[in-house]
Design a protein around this ligand. Structure first.
Ligand SMILES: [Zn+2]
Length: 389
């Protein structure tokens, strides 16, 4: 738990922005709003902390602020001989004008309660190396522009992996900033590092043997907002081979191709798309097969999203063309077949992409860590084989 003094600090400096952010191209210094109407548009209920955000913004109208995305940061843990906790987030500078901003230094401090157990400093060149295009689109979820402009001139990606015995429970980020219009200033934010308590009992989305080829928040997994904890699973045969026949140049060469993809838990289908073709060459993600709205990639292909009724939504992607057996509004049971494993969208081989998220639309939802009842959580790591019985 945090000490009360630091709780106050959190309330002052943590604006939990819940607006959209797909990985789409984000023109530098475009704007977003943090109004309550925007929260409503995003399908989210303002919590007391969220409700305080617009007031907070008004009270410090001329200040630069730091926010994190996601608003809540969840750790993932790997046990074993060397137990580690990992987390990642974007830290974003929020401003009320579009003046260019340069970061001249960064310090990341890690706490266990009130005890600071680590401090790491970065030079100006170091911060520049961490800076990324904010992973945001400047429009509200309905496509409109926000009423009050807010600028996000700078974002950095922070990834941490620390020994579990350190028991890190918060992270303070301090940025030294300089801009043409402003004198040098320092801004900071303290972010709790939390353990997510999953509500749904989830089955792995297919039965049988497979391999995880992409997963993990800090070891080369997915980077987009709702996909931070996502996994890509390929099917394998009894000798643990991905390719069952041929040379892997056709979808049918893949052992997982056409395997039933299952509802991980009970729920209601809230999104279903089934009009996308499969990529014909498994080792190539050909943009000609992307849907028009994803010209730069990131196309999820045919998808199903299930509302589990508890704030958790399962999103499953890349279904085989024409294989979907459900439609929006259908009620599904845990284990019910939804369709077949395929190769639609931006993908370079037949697999299922699975993620647990906070809302119906993957573009606007936050990511949630995921555990399954029939696969050891420690197996959900890049390059690891598993058997989902
Ligand atoms: Zn994926």
């Amino acid at each position: 738990m945090m000490q009360s003094g630091r709780d106050n600090h959190l309330m002052r400096s943590t604006i939990r922005d819940t607006l959209d952010v797909a990985d789409a191209a984000y023109p530098r210094r475009r704007f977003l709003a943090t109004s309550l109407s925007a929260l409503t548009l995003a399908g989210l209920r303002p919590t007391p902390l969220l409700a305080s955000a617009p007031l907070e913004a008004a009270a410090h109208a001329s200040a630069l602020r730091l926010i994190s995305q996601p608003g809540r940061i969840f750790r993932t843990s790997l046990s074993g001989n060397e137990a580690v906790d990992s987390w990642a987030c974007w830290v974003i500078v929020q401003a009320d004008d579009d003046a260019a901003i340069e970061a001249t230094g960064l310090t990341v401090e890690l706490f266990n309660g009130t005890a600071r157990v680590k401090s790491a400093s970065y030079t100006a060149a170091g911060v520049r190396a961490l800076a990324i295009k904010p992973p945001l689109t400047p429009r509200l979820p309905d496509g409109s522009l926000p009423a009050r402009p807010i600028f996000w001139p700078l974002a950095i990606r922070i990834r941490q992996t620390e020994a579990s015995p350190l028991a890190i429970d918060s992270m303070r980020v301090v940025l030294d900033l300089r801009s043409g219009k402003r004198t040098a200033q320092q801004v900071d934010v303290t972010l709790p590092i939390e353990t997510y308590r999953q509500k749904s009992e989830l089955l792995f989305p297919f039965r049988g043997k497979g391999i995880i080829l992409q997963a993990g928040v800090t070891n080369g997994g997915h980077r987009n907002r709702s996909g931070q904890f996502a996994l890509d699973a390929f099917g394998v045969d009894d000798s643990w081979s991905i390719i069952a026949a041929g040379d892997g140049k056709q979808n049918t060469d893949y052992r997982g191709w056409g395997r039933e993809v299952l509802a991980p838990a009970d729920g209601v289908i809230v999104r279903a798309r089934s009009d996308r073709p499969d990529q014909p060459l498994p080792e190539t993600s050909d943009p000609r097969y992307y849907a028009p709205e994803y010209p730069n990639g990131g196309d999820v292909g045919n998808i199903v999203t299930i509302d589990h009724g508890n704030g958790e939504f399962s999103m499953l992607a890349h279904f085989k063309a024409g294989s979907l057996r459900v439609k929006v509004g259908d009620r599904v049971r845990r284990g019910q077949p939804l369709g077949a494993l395929g190769n639609s969208g931006d993908t370079s081989g037949p697999h299922v992409h699975y993620q647990l998220q906070t809302g119906p639309d993957w573009e606007y939802a936050d990511a949630l860590p995921v555990k399954f009842t029939n696969v050891d959580q420690q197996s959900l790591v890049r390059g690891t084989y598993f058997d989902a019985e």
